[in-house]
Design a protein around this ligand. Structure first.
Ligand code: CAA
Length: 258
C-alpha cells in the first residue's frame, strides 16, 4: 500500500528515491502530483535517517511539463488569486540535496522541476526544452530565469523563443547538466552519487548546498563572508573532529551528522 497515487518512494540506506509515476501522461505534473511530491520531499527532508534524495521519472519521460489539459481552462483572475504554480517552489525549500536523474523528456515544467533540484544527471537520450511558447504561453516555474542562469542568454533565448529541444550532450556542454550517463546506468549511478553525498556529514552537506544557492542571490563580498562564517561554524561539529582525526589516522571517517 502506498499513500501516493502519482509518485513512488523508496529508501536505500540514507538515500530516498522519488519516482514520478504517471506513465500515461508522460509524468505531466498535475496539481495532485505536485502536492504528493512536495509532501514526500518534505517528509524525507525531516527524516534523520535520510541524507540525500534522487528524483527521477521513467525511461521515456522525466516529466513532459505542467498538465496542459488541466491548464487549458484556467483563466487569469483565478491563476492570480490562487497564485498558480507558486506551490511548486516547495521543492526549492528542501534543505537536503536533491539529484534529478533525467531520462527521456524534461520539457516545460519538467525541465523547470529538474532545475529546482540541486544537480541534474542525464541519460544519454534525455531531451530538455521549454516549449511553452508553442502553447501561447511562457515558462512559469523558472524556465526563463534558472535556464538563463545555467546556460547563459544566447542558448536560453534560443530555447525559450523557439521551443527547440536540447540533447543531453548539448545540455552538458551548456552547463545545465552535471554529467551524462548511458540511459540504463543513469539511475544506479545517480543513487551511488547520492549515497556518497549522504555518507558525508549532513551539516556540512546542507551548508554547502545553502552557500552555492546563495551565490545566485548575493553580492560576492557578502557571499564570501557567509561562506567563511559557515566554514568557521562547522568546526563546532563532532563530524569535523572525526573527519580530520580519521584523515590523520589513515582510516575512513564515521560521521554521526552532529
Ligand atoms: N500535459 C498533459 N498531457 C500530456 C503532456 C502534458 N504536458 N505531455 C504529454 N501528455 C500526454 C499526451 O496528451 C498523451 O495522452 P493521450 O495518450 O491521452 O493522448 C500522452 O501523454 C502521451 O503523449 P504523446 O502521445 O504526445 O507522446 P509522443 O511521444 O508522441 O510525444 C512529447 C511526446 C513530445 C513530449 C509530447 O507529448 C509533448 O509535446 N508534450 C507536451 C510538452 C509541453 O508542451 N510541455 C510544456 C507544458 S506547459 C508548462 O509546463 C508550463 C510551465 O512552465 C509550468
Amino acid at each position: 500500500f502506498s499513500q501516493y497515487q502519482y509518485i513512488k518512494t523508496e529508501t536505500r540506506g540514507r538515500v530516498a528515491i522519488v519516482t514520478l509515476n504517471r506513465p500515461k501522461a508522460l509524468n505531466a505534473l498535475c496539481t495532485p502530483l505536485m502536492t504528493e511530491l512536495n509532501t514526500a520531499l518534505k517528509a524525507f527532508d525531516q527524516d534523520a535517517n535520510i541524507g540525500a534524495m534522487v528524483l527521477t521519472g521513467s525511461e521515456k519521460a522525466f516529466a513532459a511539463g505542467a498538465d496542459i489539459k488541466e491548464m487549458s481552462t484556467l483563466n487569469f483572475v483565478d491563476n492570480f488569486k490562487n497564485n498558480f504554480i507558486e506551490d511548486w517552489t516547495g521543492v526549492t525549500k528542501i534543505r537536503k540535496p536533491i539529484i534529478a536523474a533525467v531520462n527521456g523528456f524534461a520539457l516545460g515544467g519538467g525541465c523547470e522541476l529538474a532545475m529546482m533540484c540541486d544537480l541534474i544527471y542525464a541519460g544519454d537520450r534525455a531531451k530538455f526544452g521549454q516549449p511553452e511558447i508553442k502553447l501561447g504561453i511562457i515558462p512559469g516555474a523558472g524556465g526563463t530565469q534558472r535556464f538563463t542562469q545555467a546556460v547563459g542568454k544566447a542558448k536560453a533565448m534560443h530555447m525559450v523563443l523557439t521551443g527547440d529541444m536540447m540533447t543531453a550532450a548539448e545540455a552538458e556542454s551548456a552547463g545545465l547538466v552535471a554529467k551524462v550517463y548511458p540511459a540504463d546506468q543513469l539511475l544506479e549511478t545517480a543513487i551511488k552519487n547520492a549515497e556518497t553525498i549522504a555518507g558525508y556529514s549532513l551539516p556540512s552537506v546542507m551548508m554547502a548546498k545553502e552557500l552555492v544557492d546563495a551565490s545566485f542571490e548575493m553580492p560576492l563580498a557578502q557571499g564570501l563572508l557567509f561562506e567563511r562564517r559557515l566554514f568557521h561554524a562547522l568546526f563546532a561539529t563532532k563530524d569535523q573532529k572525526e573527519g580530520m582525526a580519521a584523515f590523520a589516522e589513515k582510516r575512513a571517517p564515521k560521521f554521526t551528522h552532529e
